[in-house]
Each structure stands twice: as C-alpha cells, then as structure tokens.
Design a protein around this ligand. Structure first.
Ligand code: SF4
Length: 319
C-alpha cells in the first residue's frame, strides 16, 4: 500500500479540482470520467490485459487507487466488447482499528461479488521487523503470497492491481537512483510463482486524477496508516521530486511513461539486450540509422542542419 506524499497530492488535486460553479463542476467531472475510462480502456487494449472469459480478481485495499480501479472496471465491463467477470478481494491484515465492516458494506451496495480474506499478517510483521524499521517490504511480500493463494482458490485468471502512472515512474527512478537498474512496474506480468497473470489497468492514469475521482465518487477510503509504519523514505523523496518537476514542467511524468514504452535497445548499455560484441559495419546506408556523433536531443534541428551544412561546405573552418 502506498501513502506517500498524500497531503501534497491531495492539495495538488484540490487546486485543479472543485470549481465553485456547479455547472463547471459537472463539466469537469464528466471530462475526468471520460479521460479515466479512455486511459484504462487504452491500457487494457494495448497490453491485452483482459480477454473473453477472464475472471479478474481486483485487489481492493480500501485506498483511493484500488477503489478507483474497481469502480472503473465495473463501469468498463458494462460496455466491454468481451465478457469477463470481476471479483473484489480485500485482505484484512488485522491491523489495529481496521474498520472491517466498511468494504463489505460498500461492495454489497455496488453489487459486485467479493471475498474478504482474514489473515493476521500484521502480527507476523510486528514480530519479525525490528522496532523503528520499515515494515512495508515484508508486509507486501506476505500480502502477495496470500493474494496469490486466494486467486487460485477463486479460480481467478487475472489479478488486477491499482498501481498507476506515477507509481511506475517513481519505481523507475528509485531503481535507477538506488538500485542501478533500469526497471519499473510492468503493466502486465507473470507472477513470481509462475501461476498468475498480474495486470495494472491504471498504468496510464495520473495519481492526481485518481485523487480527484475518489473525492468525486466519495469512496469509503481506509487509510494505510493503521499499521503505524513509516513511509519508505526513498519513495517519499523521489515522489516529492517528481511532483516538483511536474509542477515546474507539466507533462514530464507522461513523457517518462512514454519513454518506457519506446526503448532503443541499441542505445543503452545492456549487452544482454543488444549484440554489441558481434556488431559489424554493413556498408549499406540507412536513413533511419544512427548519427553517431550527433547529439540526439531536442535541439533546434533547423539550426543544427544549417550549421552542419556550413561546416560540410567549409571544412577548414575551425570549430
Ligand atoms: S506495513 Fe503498513 S504501510 Fe506498509 S504496506 Fe503494510 S499496511 Fe501498508
């Protein structure tokens, strides 16, 4: 579960939301609804996340992201070109003060099949993790194991998680900054036990939109702070940095997400991804080929071309 920088996020979402004119408020809510449905539908289509006959287990923690995921999938199912089933699953980890009645009541109201799994992972984590250390890593691992088992028992063919665009971008940066790996959260993957396909239908959705949608739809949010764990400091820092970037340069998070979908293997350093060792000159010009000495940037290409032409014509002029 992720609670990082929620106050800053709520403020960011609020500043972009809640118009005082009621007609404007309806207009904005419709626009948001359309965008969310389009983005989720697009991600599902792009990665073939859901197929005819699937039984999709939606992991519902009670946070804004998983609520939005379930809500959007319920609505998309009604207009989907292929039939599929949904089942919501909540894992009650027995954290002190967990309001166990909230989600069953909500899910009954929504008329969606659900299962509440009761497993006291909270006590296990408390016992094993030293006082003051972050509990999230062990907690998530235990939760994952339980959810895989439940998916098997329910006969689910897909497990849907509520991670969104910002989670993916932040994970990419954390892995780069602290782990030395170019790796994020994939929109679709086979689980580590090899038995399940896990999907992330919110892959294209901005977290601020989910925050606004949660407020608009008035989901019964259960905070992820009941366990008393501190937030993961690296994630907090990177997320704050991303928010600041996004404030200064709107669109940067979307660009980073786009970059993850447009990888040029030959322009990275991974010898497992590209056969650098066996690379040979082909002798055949390739218009789309690499211009090895050019700065591959967003430079003003007109100026770059004219300067290049000038030097080609005046080869003796010094740089
Ligand atoms: S330890 Fe607490 S904050 Fe961390 S994942 Fe578990 S429930 Fe969420």
């Amino acid at each position: 579960m992720n609670t990082v920088a929620e106050p800053a996020l709520a403020a960011a979402a609020a500043s972009a939301a809640r118009p005082t004119d009621p007609r404007k408020a309806v207009f904005e809510a419709n626009k948001l609804s359309k965008r969310l449905h389009r983005q989720v539908g697009q991600a599902i289509g792009d990665y073939k996340m859901i197929e005819a006959g699937d039984k999709v287990m939606v992991c519902l923690s009670g946070g804004k992201d998983s609520h939005a995921l379930l809500d959007l999938l319920i609505s998309l199912r009604e207009r989907a070109p292929v039939p599929f089933e949904l089942v919501a699953v909540n894992l009650d980890q027995k954290q002190p003060g967990f309001p166990a009645h909230v989600l069953p009541e909500y899910l009954r109201r929504r008329g969606v099949p659900f299962h509440i799994e009761n497993q006291d992972t909270y006590s296990v984590v408390k016992k094993l993790v030293p006082e003051g250390a972050t509990m999230c890593s062990l907690c998530s691992r235990l939760r994952r194991g339980v959810l895989y088992r439940v998916a098997r028992e329910l006969g689910a063919t897909k497990i849907a998680l509520g991670h969104h665009r910002d989670d993916m971008v932040v994970t990419l940066l954390i892995n780069m900054f602290f782990g030395g790996r170019l790796k994020s959260m994939p929109p679709k993957l086979v689980s580590d036990d090899g038995r399940h396909v896990v999907i992330r239908p919110l892959a294209y959705v901005a977290e601020t939109d989910l925050q606004r949608w949660a407020e608009h739809r008035q989901f019964p949010i259960i905070p992820c702070t009941l366990c008393g764990s501190q937030n993961d400091l690296q994630r907090v820092q990177v997320k704050a940095m991303l928010h600041e970037w996004e404030r200064q340069y709107p669109g940067r998070s979307d660009n980073m997400l786009r970059a993850m979908a447009h990888v040029t293997r030959s322009h990275l350093l991974d010898r497992n991804l590209y056969p650098f060792e066996s690379l040979q000159a082909t002798g055949v010009p390739d218009a789309a080929g690499d211009k090895a000495f050019d700065d591959d940037s967003c430079a003003d290409t007109t100026r770059v071309q004219s300067v290049a032409l000038h030097f080609e014509r005046n080869p003796d002029v010094e740089d």
